[in-house]
Design a protein around this ligand. Structure first.
Ligand SMILES: Cc1ncc(COP(=O)(O)O)c(C=O)c1O
Length: 385
């Protein structure tokens, strides 16, 4: 009986014996067996006590170093006594606030526990069987995991000069392609494709192919004239995804949104858990999206930090890829060099992101921090390069 085997699993101390157990093999489809679970970094507190340091600087996760908007904190405080209730059904207030900002109708907006959760629901709603997904190598790993976990074929087109090769992606679209995933600007390279590139690309994509435009870093690139803000196009087969985790500093609450034709949004809503994101995330995001003053400060800190870091890289003769985001990627001579830099940085209490998991093992990524964090980062790097 299944229960017997499961109990046996719990009791096992030797994990190498897992292979001897037949039932889990039969329970788990091969495409799930092949997945790797997300590998979180070591908790900052553990690293601090191990290294005997007071301050740990995290420049590894593209988070916002300024702390959350005060408007969001006030909204959370007000809502705290209500958390015995389920969140407002349908998340109408947040969807309405987003609809107002982007001049769409609430029916064109879906919200979720992070934009990654919406991505998961898109995958669940639209992909099955022989469908194929086309995207790039060297982009957001979340999409690879979601597509692979659906057991659907994933076609990855190589990067071109560390950017999306939109011609290559359009050429890879076949009869079986159901979905194309684009990330603009791209994580982890920080590059963006232009209006002209996107306009030429979308003409080549058949109407029945769904295009996800992941704009998690939109706020950092919206001021660039050549940036193709997907919301100015409103193609019926394009779904835009954006996040409150980056520019709005609400990563820990998990809240993001998607926008598109209500015909598509309806299907996403069919598979979405009804009460996500949670109540505090909803009120915090509703306050944040109206807080233009906060966003202004974020962009200022980011511009200043990016200028400082890239000036230093240039003075030191280090290669970097010009970025339109809140992070910057540095290619090095080898994966070993990245390993050495990463370990040295950790010993100095600074986390950066090696990009092996993104298929770029000779590169690492640094998130823009506060001015003193950026300076500490450069000083530590100077000792290691
Ligand atoms: C390109 C990209 N898309 C989506 C996400 C997920 O964002 P969220 O926190 O809204 O789920 C990330 C997070 O790092 C990202 O880099």
């Amino acid at each position: 009986m299944v229960t017997t085997y499961i109990q046996q699993l719990w009791r096992m101390s030797d994990s190498s014996r897992l292979d001897e157990i037949a039932v889990p093999k039969r329970l788990v489809p091969p495409h799930i067996e092949a997945l790797q679970a997300y590998q979180p970094g070591r908790p900052a507190d553990a690293l601090k006590s191990e290294l005997g340091i007071d301050r740990f600087i995290n420049l590894a996760s593209n988070e916002n170093p300024l702390g959350p908007p005060k408007s969001s904190l006030r909204a959370i405080e007000k809502a705290l006594t209500e958390i015995n209730r389920y969140p407002e059904s349908g998340g109408f207030k947040l969807r309405e606030a987003l609809a107002e900002v982007y001049r769409v109708r609430p029916d064109n907006v879906v919200i979720g526990s992070g934009s990654e959760s919406i991505m998961a629901n898109i995958v669940r709603a639209f992909l099955h069987g022989d469908d194929e997904v086309v995207t790039s190598e060297g982009t957001f790993i979340g999409i690879y995991v979601l597509v692979n976990s659906q057991g659907v074929k994933l076609v990855k087109v190589p990067l071109k000069n560390y950017g999306f090769d939109l011609d290559g992606i359009a050429n890879a679209v076949s009869e079986k392609t159901k979905l194309v995933y684009l990330c603009n600007p791209n994580n982890p390279t920080g590059t963006m494709f232009s209006r002209a590139d996107f306009e030429a690309f979308i003409k080549k994509i058949p109407d029945h192919v769904l295009v996800i435009l992941d704009e998690a870093y939109f706020e950092f690139s919206m001021g660039i004239a050549e940036f193709p803000d997907s919301m100015t196009y409103r193609y019926d087969n394009v779904l835009t995804l954006r996040s409150f985790s980056k520019a709005y500093a609400l990563a820990g609450l998990r809240v993001g949104y998607g926008m598109g034709h209500e015909y598509l949004i309806n299907y996403v809503n069919k598979v979405k858990l009804p009460f996500e994101p949670n109540m505090l995330a909803q009120v915090a995001a509703t306050a944040a999206i109206k807080d233009t003053e906060y966003l202004g400060g974020v962009l200022e800190n980011n511009d200043e930090g990016m200028r400082y870091l890239t000036n230093e890289f240039e003075k030191l003769g280090w290669e970097y890829v010009p970025s339109c985001t809140n992070f910057v990627m540095l290619p090095t001579e080898s994966p070993e060099k990245v390993k050495q830099i990463n370990e040295g940085m950790l010993r100095r209490g600074i986390a950066i992101r090696p990009l092996t998991a993104f298929g770029l093992p000779h590169c690492f990524r640094i998130t823009i921090g506060l001015p003193d964090e950026n300076e500490a980062c450069i000083n530590a790097l100077k000792e290691l390069y």
